[in-house]
Design a protein around this ligand. Structure first.
Ligand SMILES: CN(C)c1ccc(C(=O)NN)cc1
Length: 329
């Protein structure tokens, strides 16, 4: 099978959600497809009511195909400190026309305030590797893994876009979505992520710096998070920029010009346009803008999040030796 789903940009590309159909009759939830985690979890009728804020709730009692996984629980924490936990049902799940008849659907019984505040997302669709799934007493498989036998090719693609809707493809590569060749790089999934190594970077039109940048491709992280040395070199080029305690990151006057950012992919490079590198004004001062590139020292892992991914057409190829493909668009 081959399928695709619209990736809806939420709140100026903070996250991208896709419609996911769960249960019989179908209950459709908007989930954040997240290549940086491996739990499929949903807001549910089991979620503490004071932690719900407009999200659509999955109701397993209304699904004739839901089956309780007795004794199973899950509990996850993300790089930004967000957490959620609960119990687990299996049910039929369909995404972009691809159906998994018995998918573990983790029910949130409790979520942290960051998830409560995120009213645009009814949960997460983890698409990293099974080794980091948090289910107990034994791990459950991702939708991608469960769908492998029905996908024409064992891969999914991400075509995320700036301030507009893009798409995720499942089981095939839509050649109309990119230009030129796809450059494939090796993936190190030993930590459960789509880990890869970029060969270097350039700030604006400055010289390219050859240096290995070991990171992960993470659709569930908004920003590009890199080593302090690179981040400092970047903000040195923006007048009036500073690393703000108030806003927990690099900010600059919205009137300042902002350079593009180039990163290496195999023997080629990708350039993130200047306007992707400015996420806009901070919440309480419309003359202060927040940068799309921030330090990775908080998470300890370099993360090629949406700011980087939306500059390319990206293939997540999940064979035994997984690879990442990158193409311009
Ligand atoms: C609070 N929310 C919506 C989050 C969504 C995704 C993540 C994440 O680290 N994904 N790789 C963290 C938090």
């Amino acid at each position: 099978d081959e399928g695709s789903a619209t990736a809806t940009s939420q709140s100026n590309d903070v996250e991208y959600t896709i419609p996911v159909s769960i249960g019989t009759p179908a209950q459709v939830l908007q989930l954040d497809l997240d290549t940086g985690s491996s739990d499929l979890w949903v807001f549910s009728t089991e979620t503490e009511s004071d932690q719900v804020n407009g999200q659509t709730l999955f109701d397993p009692s209304q699904s004739s195909s839901a089956s309780y996984m007795d004794g199973y629980t899950w509990s996850i924490s993300y790089g930004d400190g967000s957490t959620s936990n609960g119990d687990i049902y299996t049910d039929v799940v369909t995404i972009g026309g691809i159906t998994v008849s018995s998918q573990a659907v983790e029910q949130a019984q409790s979520v942290s305030a960051t998830f409560t505040r995120d009213s645009a997302s009814d949960g997460l669709l983890g698409m990293a590797f099974d080794s980091i799934n948090t289910a107990q007493p034994s791990q459950v498989e991702t939708f991608f893994d469960n769908a492998q036998s029905s996908l024409d090719s064992f891969l999914f693609t991400a075509d995320l876009k700036h301030n507009t809707d893009g798409s995720y493809g499942f089981g095939y590569i839509d050649s109309s979505l990119y230009t030129g060749d796809i450059t494939y790089v090796d993936v190190d999934n030993s930590q459960g992520f789509w880990g890869w190594t970029s060969g270097g970077y350039a700030v604006g039109s400055d010289d390219y710096v050859t240096t290995d940048i070991v990171g992960i491709a993470d659709t569930g992280t908004t920003l590009l998070l890199l080593d302090d040395s690179i981040v400092e070199a970047y903000y040195n080029e923006i007048d009036g920029s500073s690393n703000s305690d108030t806003y927990s990151g690099y900010v600059f006057p919205c009137s300042s010009s902002v350079p593009s950012f180039t990163f290496g992919v195999g023997s080629t490079t990708f350039t993130i346009p200047s306007d992707y590198m400015n996420t806009g004004a901070v919440y309480d001062d419309d003359s202060t803008c927040f940068g799309g590139l921030q330090s990775s020292s908080g998470t300890g892992t370099n993360i090629f999040g949406d700011v980087a991914l939306k500059s390319a057409f990206v293939v997540f190829s999940g064979a035994d030796s997984p690879t990442l493909g990158w193409a311009t668009k």
